[in-house]
Unconditional design. Structure first.
Length: 321
């Protein structure tokens, strides 16, 4: 950050005017903020000349700049850094956040629609999902479909080859055995129990258990994510490349923010996208039973309604208990 910012504490009026510039700029439009608009803001109680002088001081120390003469001011990268450092307690927001998967998906769609932003969310690690119930369905002539359901009704579906005697009674018997194996266990623990309890499985299923456990192992090894609102991103930023947003992006963010809890901010220079200087990422890790799962990322222009988006995570904080 600019050395003048490091060595200077803003006076209360300059801080108030700086905060007003940030709030007006980060309103979804990203337009330069004129002094006259700030002077008219409710509760400001200063004239335009006072605001202009404050803006000049803020520009001198590197927090604001003017795109061209008489254009008003916009925040610099140092200005964004200072804003997040001085005006937010990011580490305390959504601390050890533990939403359910359905809440993650609902929040991603809600934020995307309300603020016209892109959300990339890593879904809970499959191997730690706890199984509440197992169902075995007659899928087609050659396959049974196994549904491994958690308490919220979310399921992991695995197609397996039918055994030699695929009668309904055998299917029900196998489903009963699977419920004994997986009851209240995580998927990874259920896999171990399938292998350890193989000799107790229905006799006609013994020959197929190797294939079935292999299918489950492959399922556990898969990464997954959801991306919503990507179209909003391309409409609002000037970027020459197609952005690679998904599991690889989440892995990049995890490496950058390892061990950081609460809300974190990544600016353009810390992102794996070239020629997209206007981007910013709001990232929150989430947990299940105090165990880290993945990250919830909001990818948006710097002019997005950042305060309100961060507030959304703060409002959801009671769900993290």
């Amino acid at each position: 950050m600019h050395k003048d910012v490091d060595n200077m504490k803003l006076n209360p009026r300059d801080q108030q005017i700086f905060a007003a510039v940030m709030s007006m700029y980060c309103n979804g439009d990203g337009l330069p903020v004129p002094s006259t608009k700030i002077a008219k803001q409710k509760g400001m109680a200063v004239c335009s000349a006072t605001v202009r002088n404050a803006m000049a001081r803020l520009e001198k120390i590197g927090l604001l700049y003017s795109p061209h003469t008489s254009a008003g001011r916009v925040p610099t990268n140092d200005g964004f850094d200072y804003w997040f450092d001085e005006f937010f307690t990011l580490n305390d927001i959504a601390n050890y956040w533990q939403p359910e998967q359905a809440q993650l998906v609902e929040l991603a769609h809600g934020l995307s629609q309300r603020y016209q932003v892109c959300c990339c969310v890593g879904l809970p690690q499959v191997r730690t999902q706890q199984v509440f119930r197992v169902e075995v369905l007659d899928f087609d002539a050659n396959n049974w479909l196994i549904l491994l359901l958690d308490r919220a009704g979310q399921s992991h579906n695995i197609c397996i080859n039918k055994p030699h005697d695929p009668s309904d009674s055998q299917r029900y018997e196998f489903a009963t055995w699977l419920n004994t194996v997986f009851s209240q266990q995580s998927l990874i623990e259920g896999l171990y129990r399938m292998q350890a309890m193989a000799n107790t499985a229905p006799r006609n299923c013994h020959d197929s258990l190797t294939q079935w456990t292999r299918e489950l192992s492959q399922k556990l090894g898969s990464d997954n994510s959801i991306v919503v609102g990507e179209n909003y991103l391309y409409k609002k930023i000037d970027c020459e490349q197609s952005l690679n947003i998904g599991v690889s992006f989440l892995n990049f963010v995890e490496d950058k923010l390892v061990f950081k809890n609460g809300v974190s901010i990544l600016s353009a220079e810390n992102l794996p996208f070239s020629s997209c200087d206007d981007l910013i990422v709001i990232s929150v890790p989430y947990f299940q039973n105090q165990e880290y799962q993945s990250r919830f990322c909001v990818i948006c222009p710097k002019s997005a309604q950042l305060e309100k988006i961060i507030q959304e995570f703060k409002l959801l904080e009671p769900l993290s208990s």
